[in-house]
Design a protein around this ligand. Structure first.
Ligand code: ATP
Ligand code: MG
Length: 391
């Protein structure tokens, strides 16, 4: 008897001819997350991926725990690979799931026979195993339509697999299967959640963060890297780009109207983020904006910010309210880090009366009061890159 893990693909299972590509990306992501835990044989058949430990000392529950955060997996479960004979199947159907059968009121048995040479038909296996379970547990019944649990027996080439119950996976699409996005990552609550949500739709995530030393401290940046590290649990390795933004912020403060400060700053962040994105083969930006959350996120403010962009900016939080965002931040364990009280470059020069209804003409007039391009180029040259990953 051997413990293995079965994974059921999520949305990938609905893909047509491309399904193989999605599955290969998912298997590569799985491999990266679990290879440190030991050696495994990973194989696939239809919409199931089989993970068999090769080493003897592997703790399957730790592996399951890692796998449940990988996007692209709908459900997963521990299965037992046993020798293919009926007595064996009968015995394990009880010994391995005794605890489960004591705590449910209905079940059904599903048998799948990939090995057609097995001497019993699927229907026969189902009814005989069902009978055996009913004889042992007097308080449960068979319910074919809506059972509390399914006990599944798969007769495959080498072994019979037997499993019961399932763990919900992270769902979504495998990271990397939808392309590559540049997350504009601040130290706040919202942007890590935005990165998580787009990774769930299959984007590989890189992150860009703007710092303004000496107005922002090293500690503030450490906090952002910690957020990237926590996020990398879901996204694989994150390429983290850090940009020195001080000179630009000082110039905006000096030459532009105070009430447009945040909008102009955000537009320049987008110019820089796009340039770094293009030179790294990244095709979209991701931000944590949410409509009406603050003055710079009103419809007209977002219109002005967006006007400078050439690539799509994904704003997955746009229609969510703060409490919903916080719930996700807590679930992905970024919340406690996000609320640490360090300054962000956005907050240090915040105008007293930001314009909630800015118009693009006055934004452009203000931007033309100073030639920002040379200091933008300089900031881009200041970029520092660090690879952040949890494995
Ligand atoms: P967050 O909680 O993500 O900081 P917020 O509600 O505080 O968001 P803002 O500070 O207005 O909103 O920022 C809006 C978005 O702009 C952020 O979600 C983030 O995507 C981007 N952003 C803000 N500050 C930075 C920064 N220092 N570096 C990179 N991106 C930033
Ligand atoms: Mg912020």
């Amino acid at each position: 008897m051997k413990e293995i893990i079965l994974i059921k693909n999520g949305e990938i299972a609905l893909k047509g001819l491309n399904r193989g590509n999605f599955e290969s990306i998912l298997i590569k992501n799985i491999n990266k997350q679990i290879e440190k835990l030991g050696r495994f044989k990973i194989s696939k058949s239809q919409s199931t991926i089989y993970i068999e430990p090769i080493d003897n000392n592997i703790n399957i529950d730790i592996v399951l725990d890692k796998l449940k955060d990988i996007f692209g997996i709908a459900t997963l479960c521990k299965a037992f690979a046993i020798e293919k004979n009926f007595e064996n199947i009968k015995q394990y159907s009880i010994t391995k799931f005794d605890e489960i059968f004591r705590n449910i009121s209905s079940f059904r048995v599903d048998a799948k026979r990939a090995d057609k040479t097995f001497p019993m038909l699927s229907t026969e296996i189902e009814s005989k195993i069902g009978e055996h379970i009913l004889n042992k547990y007097k308080n449960i019944s068979v319910n074919l339509k809506n059972p509390d649990i399914h006990l599944t027996v798969e007769i495959r080439e080498r072994f019979a697999y037997i499993y019961c119950g399932k763990i919900e996976g992270a769902k979504g699409m495998p990271v990397g299967s939808s392309g590559h996005g540049m997350l504009m990552l601040s130290g706040g609550i919202d942007s890590p959640v935005a990165g998580y949500m787009m990774a769930k739709r299959g984007l590989q995530i890189s992150a860009i963060h703007f710092i303004a030393p000496p107005y922002t401290s090293d500690k503030a940046e450490e906090k952002v890297k910690e957020l990237a590290l926590k996020l990398s649990k879901y996204t694989n390795t994150i390429a983290y780009y850090s940009i020195n933004f001080t000179e630009i912020q000082l110039a905006i403060k000096k030459y532009c109207d105070e009430n447009l400060f945040t909008i102009i700053m955000r537009r320049i962040m987008i110019i820089i983020s796009e340039k770094i994105a293009i030179s790294n083969n990244i095709n979209c930006l991701i931000s944590g904006e949410s409509l009406a959350q603050v003055a710079s996120q009103t419809l007209l403010a977002i219109s002005c910010t967006n006007e400078i962009a050439n690539m799509p900016i994904f704003r997955p939080l746009i229609g969510m309210d703060k409490l919903e965002i916080i719930d996700i931040a807590k679930k992905i364990d970024t919340f406690e880090t996000s609320i640490l009280p360090y300054e962000d470059c956005c907050t240090i020069f915040t105008p007293k009366h930001p314009k909630t209804k800015p118009d693009i003409t006055s934004v452009k007039i203000n931007e033309s009061k100073f030639d920002f391009m040379p200091i933008i180029e300089k900031a881009i040259l200041s970029v520092k890159l660090e690879m952040i990953s949890n494995y």
